[in-house]
Design a protein around this ligand. Sequence first.
Ligand SMILES: Cc1ncc(COP(=O)(O)O)c(C=O)c1O
Length: 454
Amino acid sequence: MGTAMWSRRSFLRMAGAAGTAAFALKAGAIERVTEAAQSIAKMTPEEVAQDEFFWREIQLAFKLDRTLINLNNGFTSPTPRVALESVWRYMDMVNMLPVHYQGQIAGNVQTLRLRMAKEFGCDPEEVALTRGASEALQIVQNGIDLKPGDEVVTTDQDYPRMLTTWDQRMRREGIKVTRFQFPVPTTQDDLYRRFEKAISPRTKVFHFTHITNLTAQLFPVQRLSRLARSKGIVTIVDGAHALGQFPFKLRDLECDAYGVSLHKWLLAPLGNGLLYVRRDMIPKFWPLQAAPEQQDNDIRKFESIGTHPWAIRAALGEALAFHQAIGAERKAARLRFLTLRWANALKAHPRIKILSELSDPPQAWGVAAVNIEGIDVRALAKFLMDNYRIVAVPLVGGAPPNSVFDYQALRVSPNVYTTLEEIDTFVQAMEDALKNGVPEDMARIPGYPADIVV
Ligand SMILES: Cc1ncc(COP(=O)(O)O)c(C=O)c1O
């Protein structure tokens, strides 16, 4: 990091801390700010990713417990203070006269539909705001008409709750669900071929993740959507982990429906999600909670869920502004930089196995999975917690009917507020485990997916 690479915000914070008088409007200071703004503007996202002054500002935007090292941001992320405080503010406001203010907020969140559509590249009339990815995806999973014998093709590494949703339709209505396994990491060509091979004359739906919640395996969404469309198959894509973690435009994916967890990588307050439905597909999906016929073609039919905490939804506005202030490209570059920092430090060790694609070109950002040969991953997770206060989730393939995968791995997911010191502590802890082993009797903590939701 060059010493001249001061961000404007770093400087302003220092100016505040030192007392405005000390810095105020001195010619030199202004010049430095101007210089800093110019140097940041010219930097590539990869250069900004290594500018600790810039990221210190982001670190300070959160109220965290830094006695713990959170490497499980894939679960849900802490939301920045500015968004959390706006939850309280909107709560206070609604509470003053619920019938009045609730209606106002309900009307005002139309701006969020417009802003989300602009930021993530689709028509505002294709955006429904939900309480999470489970709700978004279940709306379309349960909302599509299928006859007994109609087939859904999906994978064993899809999210257990979403698989359970298809299984319930199988039990209730006699649809057929075909799941296939795949190695990790694998290529996009391999995943394409597996879907292509699985198609039968009764296949009506492809359901897959944009990236998995396990090893962050990336799927060729656009190619699969085109393949599906050419055969009259509907594509439902689970983007719980993708949107907000790395940049892309929804319309470029060409899928029919896409569900997102905004409390993950968009850093929104808990209880925010998004459902994108391609415009001409809106009438093809029934809403989960009934809506009047006049709304058949209206994306808002998916939002009719009765009285709910509007403050949480309204606060999405601040989370989006925070995301935009960092910049999607810079955020993705920083997440990849943090991931590569630990992965590159560990990968040369013969017992280290990395299950995410981090080589040329890397296809992961803030989520990657690693295994130490010969060590039970549950014992490893417990060792990391007990000795280093590191929170990271052990992935252990579970039994049917939920997710079945034949590997163990530790999922490591830092975030924009993670410090280099925290990453380096993780490396040190893993080296300790490699050198000295971990106690065997620590293996008795629950495994995924039976007991831990990740
Ligand atoms: C791949 C995937 N899909 C769906 C979900 C469900 O998201 P939510 O908790 O927002 O309902 C998750 C949550 O971890 C997930 O990882």
